[in-house]
Design a protein around this ligand. Structure first.
Ligand code: ADP
Length: 226
């Protein structure tokens, strides 16, 4: 079993910027969604250590969490789409698609399990790693291997770029239909295995969209911790 240690679970209270300035809440202004108008919403986070690296689960929007590299759940055509892909292109601006327009003719389609890197435009990151997840059929058509390969390839590309902090979405669990708990198990185990042998990756953070995704990942991670 990996040396995986739970550091703690905590709630992050997102206030409006005006509220935050006047309060003594301990969080970074940067984490506060700019367009947040509600008085307060509560999101969850949990921290673990894997060897010398940190593994964090966060409920939230990946386009608002800073990191050296943000991983995108792209599709094989690298032409943008809905879900997290759409959110990343909207928040990052057109420069990301312009870079993909240059990559596409050179490689053709990007197969499931593989990934390409672009700059991050206006996102709070240096790179976006566009990883193509498998479309889920029944789990017996190579989907687990392809999903694991997405995370391994993204981590390898990040390392090659000198990125030491990464954020991941739950690849393939939206339109591509991968059952959340199965995807969580494969994704977390793959990242844990990688961190154990690559302590130069300081932080791997899963940003889960919504409570259901967050709760599933947290439960699976606690089972992996034992
Ligand atoms: P895929 O085609 O790989 O299934 P999707 O974008 O449809 O990709 O969904 C992947 C996961 O990303 C889903 O769990 C979805 O809820 C989540 N997601 C959607 N938008 C965001 C966002 N802004 N930040 C983080 N995760 C997101």
């Amino acid at each position: 079993m990996p040396p995986l240690t739970a550091l703690g679970t905590y709630r992050i209270e997102y206030l409006t910027l005006a509220d935050a300035r006047g309060s003594d809440a301990r969080f970074h202004e940067q984490q506060i969604p700019r367009a947040h108008s509600a008085r307060m919403s509560v999101e969850m986070a949990a921290e673990f250590t894997v060897g010398g690296s940190k593994l964090v689960l966060l409920e939230g929007d990946i386009t608002k969490t800073p990191a050296d590299a943000i991983v995108n759940a792209a599709n094989s055509s690298l032409a943008g789409g809905g879900g997290v892909d759409g959110a990343i292109h909207r928040a990052g601006g057109p420069s990301i698609m312009r870079e993909l327009d240059e990559i596409r003719p050179k490689i053709g389609r990007c197969p499931a399990g593989d990934a390409v890197v672009t700059g991050a435009g206006k996102l709070p990151a240096k790179y976006v790693i566009h990883a193509v997840g498998p479309v889920y059929r029944d789990g017996k058509h190579g989907e687990p291997e392809q999903l694991a390969s997405c995370y391994r390839t993204a981590l390898r590309l990040a390392r090659e770029k000198g990125a030491t902090t990464l954020t991941f979405p739950a690849i393939s669990t939206g339109v591509y239909g991968y059952p959340m708990a199965d995807a969580a198990c494969i994704s977390l185990q793959t990242v844990i295995d990688y961190l154990q042998t690559h302590p130069e990756i300081e932080l791997a953070r899963f940003v889960l969209f919504g409570k259901r995704a967050y709760d599933t990942f947290e439960q699976v991670l606690r089972e992996l911790v034992g």
